[in-house]
Design a protein around this ligand. Structure first.
Ligand code: SF4
Length: 317
């Protein structure tokens, strides 16, 4: 097996809140192989995006990384200063952000924003070479060259998201983190954006971490899936295994909530609400919503254990 391109070990991220400490990411560990597609699924507030920002070292106060290590392409990120981290961003790891409209600079043309990525990494290209590279990147994501002279507000939602992908791949990163890249897009455009992401991922042979809530999308795109609940990774397994044999009750509930063509008109939700991270229940944080909770679950936090090819945090696994 090849060395992981990304290794996260025991990562903990906390936010200081007037009412107490909020543990947004709690002891998360996983690895990502070169070229692998890994999904991170869970409800809003489960810590997925915070985990992505922590990997990119983009957590801002009052947030902080309490403990844990991130290794990226052989480099231990804790050993790097801010300049070292900046050099890795885009060149080794890139983010396709959630909400492209808020991520693109509204007063700069798309071409300028792509060119900034080159300049930030010391690539001062001549005018013709810069134009050629920008046109190539836009073509890679299915956009015409004319888009380079347009402002973000002149583009549709799907075009803006593809422009964000073009910026993310501008320096041919080895890892792409795509944070809910299709949220707020209609299903047809969602499909186009995911097809674009899949194509550029294959062209670059990059690994992808896809963050989202849509288990159907995950089933179509990823090789392995991690399920997050209340800041913890509660199950990680190959996608085929997780869909056919989910081991954690929360994973089962997420899959059961998928709309089914066989059961028209019947939508199944997960009972209760996701817990407040600053006020988690004792024991297993899922116990108030878990149909299989036992007495033990109310007092004892389940540790992550290997179960076949999966890792599961549940007393019953
Ligand atoms: Fe449910 Fe208990 Fe497993 Fe938590 S540890 S998911 S409450 S069975």
């Amino acid at each position: 097996m090849s060395e992981p391109i990304l290794r996260v070990e025991g990562l903990r991220v906390a936010f200081d809140h007037p009412l107490g400490k909020v543990q947004a990411v709690d002891d998360v560990s996983f690895t990502l192989s070169p070229g692998e597609r890994f999904g991170l699924a869970g409800e809003s507030g489960s810590g997925k995006s915070t985990l992505a920002l922590a990997i990119l070292r983009m957590i801002k106060p009052p947030g902080r990384i309490d403990t844990g290590e991130v290794w990226l392409d052989g480099a231990r990120l804790a050993d790097l200063d801010e300049d070292g981290i900046r050099a890795l961003r885009l060149a080794v790891i890139a983010l396709v952000p959630q909400g492209s409209m808020n991520s693109l600079n509204p007063v700069l043309r798309i071409g300028r924003q792509i060119a900034d990525a080159f300049a930030d990494h010391g690539q001062h290209l001549g005018r013709h070479e810069e134009k050629r590279r920008i046109a190539g990147l836009l073509a890679d994501v299915g956009l015409p060259e004319t888009v380079s002279r347009m402002y973000p507000h002149e583009l549709s939602g799907g075009m803006k998201q593809r422009a964000c992908i073009a910026i993310a791949i501008s320096l041919r990163p080895k890892v792409i983190i795509a944070d809910e890249p299709t949220s707020a897009l209609d299903v047809v455009v969602q499909r186009q954006v995911m097809a674009t992401l899949a194509r550029v991922q294959q062209d670059l042979a990059a690994a992808v971490v896809l963050i989202g809530r849509d288990m159907g999308l995950m089933a179509q795109f990823v090789d392995r899936l991690g399920v997050m609940y209340a800041g913890r990774l509660v199950e990680v397994a190959p996608i085929a295994e997780i869909i056919t044999k989910p081991r954690h009750p929360y994973t089962r509930a997420l899959i059961a909530a998928l709309p089914s063509l066989d059961a028209r008109g019947t939508l199944v939700g997960i009972p209760g609400l996701a817990p407040l991270l600053r006020d988690l229940p004792p024991g297993c944080a899922f116990h108030p919503r878990c149909p299989q909770a036992r007495d033990r679950c109310h007092i004892e936090k389940p540790m992550v254990r290997d179960v076949g090819r999966a890792q599961v945090a549940c007393h019953l696994a």
